[in-house]
Design a protein around this ligand. Structure first.
Ligand code: KIV
Length: 270
């Protein structure tokens, strides 16, 4: 059995992939069209990330996006999905207050979008919320390391957990999340050696972004991978296309054709 054989990817399927050493593929999507393409390509996990705040809405951080907006994106994505597991980010402000608020936010996402799981940022600080959401039967994915919702505390988007104290806390948080019952954890922008250690110490799948090759799977923001974003160039990003330039070139050609009256031609009219 390989990942491609799953008709529907479940949290259990991800665990099986980890157990047999098959890497898990995960990408973001925020809309129907791209979600359809990546699901048809057999991506294992689709993340409706709060990076929609940057990528779709043009904000400088993930903080402004609202729960209603995340639900809108998740509904659009879910309509396109046949196979992948769809995980939706709880946005900033929808779970940090208390565990009841966290549960209500998670329930709204599951009920109103039809998503399969939620993801939230943090370890010990959000543990009570994680447990309460899990107790309602909602699968939870953790997110440690560079957690963009805390960017104003960190001050920069640089690599996290380089110091031993922060690395120790990350190891402990990862263990707490697994013990609480999370089905997986994202590790963002931490040293590869630390990510490998954490991955080996956990039974649940660990998905990395800027966390090296020793994790159980990789996640990227789709818009970065296909080169729709131009300014974001971290070392961990591999671009497979340069769509920004391609789309811009196509639009320039279209404008030129309209201006020169080349478009539409005889065949392109009724
Ligand atoms: O919102 C997002 O895109 C994410 C990934 C970077 C993991 O959380």
């Amino acid at each position: 059995m390989s990942g491609a054989d799953y008709k529907k990817v479940t949290t259990h399927a991800l665990l099986e992939m980890k157990q047999r050493g098959e890497k898990i593929s995960m990408l973001t999507a925020y809309d129907f069209s791209f979600a359809k393409i990546i699901d048809d390509a057999n991506i294992d996990v689709v993340l409706v990330g709060d990076s929609a705040s940057n990528v779709m809405a043009g904000h400088v951080s993930t903080l402004p996006i609202t729960l209603d907006q995340m639900i809108y994106h998740a509904q659009s994505v879910i309509r396109a999905i046949d196979r992948a597991l769809v995980v939706v980010d709880l946005p900033f402000g929808s779970y940090q207050g208390n565990s009841k608020e966290a549960l209500n936010s998670a329930i709204r996402i599951m009920k109103e979008s039809g998503a399969h799981a939620i993801k939230l940022e943090g370890g010990e600080e959000v543990l009570e919320s994680v447990k309460r959401i899990l107790s309602a039967g909602i699968p939870v994915m953790g997110h440690l390391g560079l957690t963009p919702q805390s960017i104003f505390k960190f001050g920069t988007y640089s690599v996290r957990a380089k110091e031993e104290a922060e690395a120790d806390k990350l190891r402990a948080d990862a263990r707490l999340l697994e013990d609480a019952g999370c089905f997986g954890v994202v590790l963002e922008k931490i040293p590869a050696k630390l990510a490998t250690q954490v991955t080996k110490s956990l039974n649940i799948p660990v998905i990395g972004i800027g966390a090296g090759a020793g994790v159980d799977g990789q996640v990227l923001v789709l818009h970065d991978l296909i080169g729709l974003t131009k300014e974001f160039n971290p070392r961990f990003l591999r671009r497979y296309l340069n769509l920004y330039d391609d789309v811009k070139g196509a639009v320039e050609n279209y404008i030129a054709d309209v201006k020169s009256k080349d478009f539409p031609n005889e065949e392109e009219q009724y």
